[in-house]
Design a protein around this ligand. Structure first.
Ligand SMILES: [Ca+2]
Ligand SMILES: [Ca+2]
Ligand SMILES: [Ca+2]
Length: 418
């Protein structure tokens, strides 16, 4: 191929692209949305395709359904998936092709939620500013376009969908078409608040427990040793990402704060049935109060699990009833879950305590106090004035007092299902 035929080929290609217009979608071709929605350049489909053309005034209809159904969705639940259908309406004539664009913003004009699973011939294009545009990506001969949308993980107020489109006579130019002159707006309202359970528990952990006073020592608080990163369960095996206490200074903690605990609600005995979790502060008198939020509807009863970073976890012996969106349980009055063998809690006088010296909790098989729990203590022994998992009695120092607790409990294991 010589230079002239190469040039000729380029010119032909360029002409072809111009004549094709936005056959592969305006956002795909020109990186924007042109339906008159917020954040766009102010032009509409009619700016290029004209109005009214051969097919009358073009409008878009937006319908939102509960996923997999034809039931209209009245409002959205955070994190939930919905089916969206955009139909291009034309009062007269018989268009041979249709095109559309759809965007969704919150009341602040920010991208709302996530589009996914477009039908064949429809694509999702992400613009440089983070807006995602759903549009035709090839010539579509039917007027209805579908896509799915996942609501934001947390409710962000009213979400507004904007759609517009064209009806085309398929002659390869904008002539003879018709485009919408303004976007159709569909306001999708946030649904009822996610259920919240107020959980009030009482538990004693062995390490800082003082049998003389019947209270736990709040030494980590009095020595200002709590970390500013907040709750410590954002690592394996818990991998709990809650922001409880994040950014707190040591003085932000209540003066009787003993340490963080992780509270979980299970609908069954197995960990796979966990419905919600929250980290809370265990206070010197054993009280811990957390609000647990989770999607879906509340069950009438739950198993309640309480975990600490260097004690054996405990679970209620049976399902605990929900009363007035609240749930209370006292682990100190009697032994906790020990079905199928294993230990629940340590009995000390009239109270029951979580067994201490369980630093290593990575084992996927179960919960046990074994040699692996003293390995890190050997490394840390002698350190003082720190917040460390090797500090089994939680007095801020790592020394022989911690090892004594380990020696007492070595071989103890729990049957709380993982
Ligand atoms: Ca045309
Ligand atoms: Ca262990
Ligand atoms: Ca210690």
């Amino acid at each position: 191929m010589n230079r002239f035929s190469l040039l000729f080929t380029f010119i032909c290609l360029a002409l072809l692209i111009l004549l094709a217009g936005y056959g592969s979608g305006p956002a795909n071709s020109a990186m924007n949305h042109y339906i008159g929605a917020p954040g766009g350049p102010g032009t509409t489909c009619a700016t290029c395709h004209g109005s009214p053309g051969n097919f009358g005034m073009i409008t878009a209809d937006i319908k939102v359904f509960d996923v997999g159904t034809t039931t209209p969705a009245t409002d959205y639940i955070a994190g939930t998936t919905y089916d969206i259908a955009v139909e291009i309406l034309h009062p007269i004539g018989t268009p041979s092709r249709f095109g559309f664009q759809l965007v969704g913003f919150d009341s602040g004009g920010n991208q709302a939620g996530t589009f996914m699973n477009p039908m064949p011939g429809v694509s999702i294009v992400t613009l440089a500013n983070g807006t995602t545009v759903v549009e035709h990506s090839s010539y579509i001969t039917t007027p209805i376009f579908t896509v799915q949308w996942v609501a934001p993980a947390t409710s962000t107020g009213v979400v507004s969908f904007y759609a517009g489109g064209i009806a085309s006579n398929g002659n390869g130019t904008n002539a003879g078409d018709g485009g919408s002159t303004a976007p159709t707006v569909y306001n999708f309202n946030p649904g009822a608040a996610i259920p919240q359970l107020a959980v009030s528990l009482k538990a004693f952990i062995e390490g800082p427990f003082d049998q003389a006073t019947g209270l736990m020592n709040a030494t980590l608080r009095s020595q200002s040793l709590f970390p500013s990163s907040g709750q410590p369960f954002n690592v394996a095996p818990w991998n709990y990402s809650g922001m409880e206490g994040n950014g707190w200074t040591p003085s932000d903690y209540p003066v009787d704060a003993v340490d963080w605990v992780l509270v979980s609600l299970r609908t069954g005995e197995d960990a796979s049935t966990t419905a919600g979790r929250a980290a809370g502060l265990l206070l010197a008198d054993g009280s811990v109060s957390v609000n647990i939020q989770f999607p879906g509807s509340l069950a009438s009863e739950y198993y309640v699990v309480l975990e600490h970073r260097n004690h054996l976890p405990v679970m209620s012996t049976s399902l605990v009833q929900v009363v007035n969106n609240g749930l209370t349980y006292d682990y100190t009055l009697s032994d906790s879950y020990s079905a199928g063998g294993g230990f629940g809690q340590k009995n000390l006088g009239s109270v029951w305590l979580l067994y201490g010296a369980n630093e290593d909790q990575i084992n996927v098989g179960g919960h046990e106090i074994t040699g692996s729990d003293i390995i890190e203590w050997l490394v840390q022994n002698g350190n003082f004035g720190i917040y460390s998992n090797s500090d089994f009695n939680m007095d801020g120092d790592i020394n022989a007092d911690d090892r004594i607790l380990f020696t007492l409990n070595n071989g103890i294991f729990s049957s709380v299902p993982k």
